[in-house]
Design a protein around this ligand. Structure first.
Ligand code: SF4
Ligand code: SF4
Length: 159
């Protein structure tokens, strides 16, 4: 008798679960998207591909101080600074970054570089399409960083 009861209980539970599944299928929209055909929304604090920002007058914000390089826990940033030509300065400071590279294969997207930067020059945006078959594509040069595929200047609140 107890065997029959168990079978009945199991069938009832399966029926309940199937009912819930069918109800959810009929009433709720899917939470997945057909990426990459359909863009994927990310949270405002999401940290994606790096960008180097400029001021509104076109000057580069980066002053070549190397604080981001020092703050990076994985050694993913390489900066080579150069004195500005007073007649044709590239940044408002005494120096600018002659070379600026980010190695995305080392980066863990922690945001420490962004937090260390005194001029909000380096930021992590929302661009996430980082896949490539060529390892060289994962070294972002200064030109790549100054011209991101989807420019947006996300500045996260401190803390
Ligand atoms: S996000 Fe973190 S790991 Fe990546 S470059 Fe910046 S400091 Fe380095
Ligand atoms: S990005 Fe910011 S922290 Fe890094 S070298 Fe330039 S000014 Fe300094």
């Amino acid at each position: 008798m107890s065997g029959l009861k168990d079978v009945y209980e199991s069938a009832r539970e399966i029926g309940k679960a199937m009912g819930l599944t069918l109800k959810t299928l009929a009433t709720e929209k899917p939470i997945t998207v057909e990426y990459p055909d359909q863009p994927m929304a990310v949270y405002p604090r999401f940290r994606g591909r790096h960008e180097l920002r400029r001021y509104e007058n076109g000057m580069e914000r980066c002053i070549g101080c190397c604080l981001c390089e020092a703050a990076c826990p994985t050694g993913a940033i390489y900066v080579e600074a150069e004195e500005n030509d007073p007649d044709n300065p590239i940044s408002p400071g005494e120096r600018h970054a002659k070379v600026y590279e980010v190695n995305l294969l080392r980066c863990i997207f922690c945001g420490d570089c962004e937090r260390a930067c005194p001029t909000e020059a380096i930021v992590l945006g929302h661009y996430i399409d980082l896949a490539s078959y060529d390892r060289r594509d994962f070294i972002l040069t200064k030109e790549d960083l100054l011209n991101p595929p989807e420019p947006n200047t996300i500045i996260r609140p401190a803390g």
